[in-house]
Design a protein around this ligand. Structure first.
Ligand code: B12
Length: 217
């Protein structure tokens, strides 16, 4: 069995105490942090989600698997985005929208943004529109990011964008949206400038869009 298969199985089994040793071994074997995330951790979480929706897994399984993934990611975090550090100065304010407690994907996006050199203000999970408004007023970010993992909470993305508009804080910044149920189509509908299906793409698109905006100004 390859080391990536072992990581995949360890997440499924929720063996959170064993995960760091395996991740370390995979790195020693020459796999990159991105390989480990994209080829082992992410497929494992997809499988966990599938088994959960088919009632083969229950909430405790989900929690243990998520805990194992989080440990692996915090171990890999310092290695993410190392290649393309460009020392950006811009700030990104990001959070998981109201009613939603999922943060693994958001934290990965944060790790790659920070790895790329952005200053990131993480508002955490279950973030009310007013809290986003407050944070945008305080930090004046170039980008505001919204994450949602539930089809019932993704409606809070356009609601929060509307709150920013009402507060006069939407103009002049880019809105980024993501999370498993969110699509490019939603992004277009909500007039969000940035959509990405994964963390690596998110950091790349943020950099591209900010560069394009700088050229327009
Ligand atoms: C782990 C998990 C949990 C954990 C969360 C732990 C944590 N700290 O995050 C716990 C156990 C708490 C949980 C709870 C629940 N969950 Co849950 N959970 C999952 C699971 C298995 C994995 C999610 C995950 O971490 N994926 C891995 C990461 C890396 O991927 P990602 O989140 O998609 O993020 C990537 C991209 O989307 C993108 N991205 C993410 N955010 C952003 C933001 C921006 C700006 C950008 C650009 C990109 C971007 O980049 C990320 C990195 O590459 C999913 C199934 C799945 N495969 O998605 C179900 C899932 C999301 N959960 C589900 C459900 C139903 C629930 C509960 C309602 C269960 C219950 N009955 O209580 C609760 C809801 C709690 C709440 N109020 O939020 C359903 C949602 C169904 C739906 N469509 O609405 C899913 C799909 C499972 C299923 N198939 O049924 N869950």
């Amino acid at each position: 069995m390859s080391i990536l298969d072992s990581i995949y199985n360890t997440v499924l089994e929720g063996k959170r105490h064993e995960i760091e040793g395996l991740v370390k071994r995979a790195l020693e074997e020459g796999f990159s942090a991105t390989d480990i995330i994209e080829k082992a951790l992410r497929p494992a979480m997809d499988e966990v989600g599938l088994r959960f929706s088919q009632a083969e897994f229950f909430l405790p399984d989900l929690i243990l698997a998520a805990e194992a993934t989080k440990r692996a990611i915090s171990y890999l975090k310092p290695l993410l985005g190392e290649r393309d550090v460009v020392s950006q100065q811009e700030t990104v304010v990001i959070g998981t929208v109201q009613g939603d407690l999922h943060d693994i994907g958001k934290n990965l996006v944060i790790a790659t943004l920070e790895g790329t050199g952005y200053r990131v203000v993480d508002l955490g999970v279950d973030v009310a529109p007013e809290r986003f408004v407050e944070a945008v007023r305080e930090h004046n970010p170039a980008v505001v990011g919204f994450s949602a993992l539930l089809s019932t909470t993704m409606v809070n993305i356009p609601r929060t964008i509307a709150a920013l508009e009402e507060a006069g804080l939407r103009e002049g910044r880019l809105v980024a949206v993501g999370g498993a149920p969110v699509t490019q189509r939603n992004a277009d509908e909500w007039q969000a400038e940035i959509y990405a299906p994964d963390a690596g793409t998110a950091a790349r698109i943020v950099t591209e869009k900010l560069a394009a905006r700088r050229q327009c100004v």
